[in-house]
Ligand binder design. Structure first.
Ligand code: CMC
Length: 436
């Protein structure tokens, strides 16, 4: 870490001596004040619920400038990656730090596509679930279960194990997500086909059947690949921080990634795409575009508990660059499928237009995020709404594992252990039952 020219001085109004704290400078973005010795020097903790001002690690993977609406993976703008690279190139970049050369690309693609099959026992594991289980419940279980199948890649402290686990996770996630889907609808599982692309193989495992050939539509294949790229990493978000915290205890990589899947499920995070589509369908049922005004009034009413799903972001205080790319993909997919007049797309555009002009949203800097349009694209492709977050977790797996590996390789890494401001009862004696 590079020290900045200045330092921070913390002073107290009660006359306690002030404390100098080192300041570090990253390659870009806000400086950070190093408070690691604060407790030893002052006997005090900092208080920052939700980590609004706390950098929990140093990282060289993803950078977001929330004010500009900029997202960089290893320095490359998301717009360039989404138009010039595919998802597996992006995985190579996130995991290894650089885009692959031609030879590296061929090798990496081959490596991933040769590990797509899961242990045959996995289907028996699946059978333990109810058919109507939420796919995210199933996936949390399946990803955790990988640690029971691949004993040669469960030592998080062994770099070779971590590398094998990374390849396995990226390669097998599409198979697991498709299996979770097929199980739910009672159709036979489709074995992966390694001569197809990563996204093409996933489409076939989802929508193919053993009864007839499945032809991959290149427009849908490209759209899905773009969804994967846009969701591949997003620096220290809730699920990534969960993976880091979980992995910091030294648990195995599959268990740490399963924790990420569990965290992603929530509607404030990865579950927002599902919640957003449900919201659009609800408004459509109630009258569609004509009801937008009424719905927006509810959103602005603090007591209603209604949020405009797919809007707002902890970091972006400008248009989420992924939302722009997703809107473009949405146009392409709907045109390809002859769904240009899709009522939900029309509705989403209307909601976006009104929100971008409304004072409530303008003042709070609330803009569409990636989830606003991704649900419409996925629904058009034929992916059921309750699988949207599963697709997100498939795509984010590379980010989680890249961040986990970065943490373990960081000499400054320690088990994560936040402190607290205790506001409960002070020490007291247990009374006998008769006296309570
Ligand atoms: N609809 C209506 N009001 C909103 C929304 C929204 N979607 N998002 C934020 N606000 C309001 C919020 O009520 C608050 O108002 P006030 O200052 O009057 O109390 C203000 O804007 C600031 O919001 P916040 O909740 O303090 O912001 P946060 O950084 O804690 O939350 C968020 C970020 C993403 C959880 C939130 O914007 C949200 O719940 N959005 C909807 C869910 C969603 O789309 N999530 C996907 C995020 S992108 C995918 C991912 O990374 O997982």
């Amino acid at each position: 870490m590079k020290l900045a020219d200045n330092k921070a001085t913390l002073s107290f109004s009660n006359g306690s001596p002030s404390v100098d704290l080192p300041v570090y400078r990253g390659s870009v973005g806000p400086d950070v004040i190093d408070i690691r010795k604060l407790y030893a020097q002052t006997g005090m903790f900092t208080y920052d619920p939700g980590f609004l001002s706390t950098a929990a690690c140093q990282s060289a993977i993803t950078y977001i400038d929330g004010d500009k609406g900029e997202l960089l993976y290893r320095g490359y703008p998301i717009e360039q990656l989404a138009t010039k690279c595919d998802y597996l190139d992006t995985c190579h970049l996130l995991l290894k730090g650089e885009l692959p050369t031609l030879q590296e690309r061929q090798d990496f693609h081959k490596l991933i596509l040769r590990h797509t099959m899961v242990n045959e026992q996995m289907q028996f594991f699946l059978r333990g679930f109810r058919r109507d289980a939420h796919p995210m419940a199933v996936l949390t279980g399946l990803v955790g279960a990988l640690s029971a199948f691949y004993h040669d890649s469960t030592d998080i402290n062994n770099p070779e194990h971590r590398a094998i686990a990374a390849i396995r996770l990226i390669a097998k996630m599409p198979t697991l997500v498709a299996m979770a889907y097929k199980y739910g609808v009672g159709q036979p599982y489709m074995y992966p086909r390694n001569d197809l692309s990563y996204a093409g193989n996933f489409l076939r495992m989802m929508f193919g059947s053993p009864c007839e050939d499945y032809r991959v539509n290149p427009v849908l294949e490209r759209a899905l690949d773009r969804i994967f790229i846009l969701h591949a990493d997003h620096e220290q978000n809730a699920s990534t921080s969960t993976v880091r915290l979980c992995g910091s205890s030294g648990t195995n990589p599959f268990a740490a990634i399963a924790a990420g899947v569990a965290c992603l499920w929530g509607p404030a995070h990865g579950g927002a795409n599902e919640a957003c589509l449900n919201m659009l369908e609800d408004i459509e049922r109630q009258g569609g575009v004509a009801k937008v005004g009424q719905f927006m009034e509810q959103v602005k009413d603090k007591n209603s508990g209604v949020k405009l799903m797919g809007f707002g972001h902890r970091v972006y205080k400008n248009y989420d660059p992924r939302a722009k790319l997703m809107q473009e993909t949405c146009n392409e997919v709907l045109t390809e499928l002859g769904l240009e007049k899709d009522p939900l797309f029309k509705l989403a555009k209307e909601l976006e237009k009104i929100a971008l002009e409304d004072d409530y949203f303008v003042q709070r800097k609330l803009y569409p995020n990636v989830d606003f349009y991704s649900g419409i694209v996925q629904r058009a492709i034929g992916i059921p709404v309750n699988l949207f977050t599963g697709i997100f977790s498939l795509a984010r797996t590379v980010g989680w594992i890249a961040q986990l590996n970065e943490m373990i390789s960081d000499p400054e890494y320690k088990i994560g252990r936040p402190r607290q401001l205790f506001i409960g009862a002070v020490a007291r004696d247990v009374k006998s039952l008769a006296d309570r």
